[in-house]
Design a protein around this ligand. Structure first.
Ligand code: ADP
Length: 235
């Protein structure tokens, strides 16, 4: 179950937000999708998850075309958007039960209980989402993204707003998920890339400026510092 992106572009008015990009992601190798603010990361992720139609080009997830087969594709895909839209008037457990029902999961009670444990929401499960701290809201977002055990997982800045303890828990979870799923995540935290990602794609002004394994990338640019490399390629 892999991700294939071929010549994908998105134009807003006269601006090319994403400009003819191609890359692929495979299971077991977490792909870090990096780039400065405004580079086109979220736009790309929205196209990959079927929330935005490309101006040209195509992409597929697990063999499903993200434009024409988006319903089928969504069954095998989990998405954590940048600002997770959560029903903040709902209670954590109630919301996740609603998500499980939407996916028509068998044994929804067990799935909800299991995902609450996996993302570490046990102590907060009876609270209203609106009452949760940013870090815990993020965990609810992650829970809704993985509750149906998707084969492909796309996460837009999954660790934003987490404190150092939460950060380490969530990274551990992402690492575990990435062992057999196809995972693409965007982040501005270079240590996160070092800790999690085997593959790196860097986008700048809508175009891809690097696409290789982290090890290769360091070899090519003769530096161990991902930050230096990032500045060089996007500055
Ligand atoms: P990133 O996620 O890398 O910060 P985005 O994909 O959000 O970048 O944005 C890429 C470019 O497209 C930016 O210049 C942004 O201002 C522009 N953009 C994003 N969404 C829209 C929109 N709905 N309408 C017009 N321009 C947009």
């Amino acid at each position: 179950m892999s991700i294939q992106v071929e010549g994908l572009s998105k134009t807003y008015g006269r601006q090319k937000a994403v400009d003819n990009i191609s890359f692929q992601a495979v299971p077991g190798k977490i792909l870090g999708f990096l780039g400065p603010n405004g580079a086109g990361k979220s736009t790309t992720m929205r196209m990959l998850t079927g929330y935005l139609l490309p101006t040209s080009g195509k992409s597929s997830l697990g063999g499903y075309d993200t434009s024409s087969q988006s319903l089928e594709m969504r069954r095998i895909m989990g998405y954590l958007p940048e600002n997770t839209p959560l029903y903040t008037d709902m209670y954590v457990r109630e919301f996740l039960t609603f998500v499980a029902d939407t996916y028509q999961l068998s044994q929804p009670g067990i799935k909800v209980k299991d995902v609450i444990a996996r993302v570490g929401l046990g102590d907060e499960q009876h609270k209203k989402i609106a009452m949760l701290s940013k870090g815990y809201k993020q965990r609810v977002g992650l829970a809704q993204a993985i509750i149906h055990d998707p084969e492909v997982l796309i996460m837009d800045e999954p660790t934003t707003g987490l404190d150092p303890n939460q950060l380490s828990d969530i990274r551990e979870l992402i690492k575990t998920l990435g062992k057999n799923k196809t995972v693409v995540l965007s982040t501005h935290i270079m240590q996160e890339v070092e800790a999690l990602c085997e593959q790196v794609v860097i986008i700048n002004k809508g175009k891809i400026v690097a696409d290789s394994s982290l090890i290769e990338l360091k070899k090519i640019h003769k530096t161990d510092s991902l930050e230096d490399m990032f500045r060089m390629l996007t500055g």
